[in-house]
Design a binder for this molecule. Structure first.
Ligand code: FE2
Length: 258
């Protein structure tokens, strides 16, 4: 791929998402959130590409993965009005459908098309299959990290807003119950594991899940950027004051800065 193909993809993206905004106010807010997310994931990806010393060609492929990784979110929200895959369809698979139906990668080298599709296909799995080898593995790791870096931003910004102004689908419909936290989520975080989405019952659990992602980052650059951005202390500051939570958060922060 070359630079002009990325510019072309970027214009395609703008044209593709535009019609999804012609909807009611709540839906438009959720769609705008994903458009902005995509742009910010592209920025995080550029930071990671330079931090991890990618070649120019690798950086271009990484940009394409970032730009396209969530295109499935738009048809997903239009059809089901949710970003919860378990209540609709796998948004990574939907993204591949969009890429193929719209022939977004026509003209791109076949092996590069495959690389981009594979990275997108596995970007949202709890754990990508161990059998996947480089170079696909590299792009999967990059998009998973860039995606998380921006999901943290979205969530931290959202928590700073009054509940009635929040984009509803961003918190996956979880109730905001101040003071409530599930013990099993705290235990998971404190054991250095990634908290599973299907064990979360409220927004505080979801914060623990997001803090636990520190254990899932794949590169020193991602960990450095996360530390610089300060998202983990920002999330932790909104959790109930409890010794077991403080211990689990401290452990995550120590891991990050080690
Ligand atoms: Fe994403």
């Amino acid at each position: 791929m070359d630079k002009s193909q990325i510019d072309h993809l970027s214009s395609w993206f703008d044209g593709y998402v535009e019609p999804f905004l012609a909807t009611d106010a709540e839906a438009a807010k959720n769609i705008r959130l994903k458009i902005e997310h995509t742009r910010k994931v592209c920025e995080a990806m550029a930071q990671l590409s330079s931090g991890e010393n990618l070649s120019e060609n690798e950086s271009i492929i990484a940009s394409a993965v970032a730009l396209l990784h969530d295109v499935g979110r738009f048809p997903q929200y239009r059809r089901w009005r949710t970003f919860r895959d378990s209540e609709s369809d796998n948004h990574a698979r939907l993204a591949i459908d969009v890429i193929r139906t719209e022939q977004v990668l026509a003209g791109v080298d076949h092996s590069e098309q495959l690389l981009i599709e594979e990275a997108i296909r596995f970007h949202n799995l709890l754990e990508p299959p161990a059998t996947i080898k480089s170079p696909t593995r590299r792009f999967i790791n990059l998009i998973r990290d860039a995606d998380k870096l921006d999901i943290w931003r979205v969530f931290v910004e959202l928590l700073a807003q009054p509940p009635e102004e929040r984009a509803t689908a961003a918190t996956l419909g979880l109730p905001d119950l101040p003071g409530i936290v599930s013990d099993n989520c705290i235990v998971a975080l404190n054991s250095g594991a990634v908290v599973r989405l299907d064990t979360t019952t409220c927004i505080n659990d979801f914060k623990l899940l997001q803090i636990s992602w520190v254990y899932d980052l794949t590169s020193a650059s991602s960990r450095r950027i996360l530390l610089e951005r300060g998202y983990i202390p920002a999330l932790a500051a909104t959790l109930p004051e409890r010794p077991d939570i403080r211990e689990a958060v401290t452990r995550a922060l120590n891991f990050l800065s080690a």
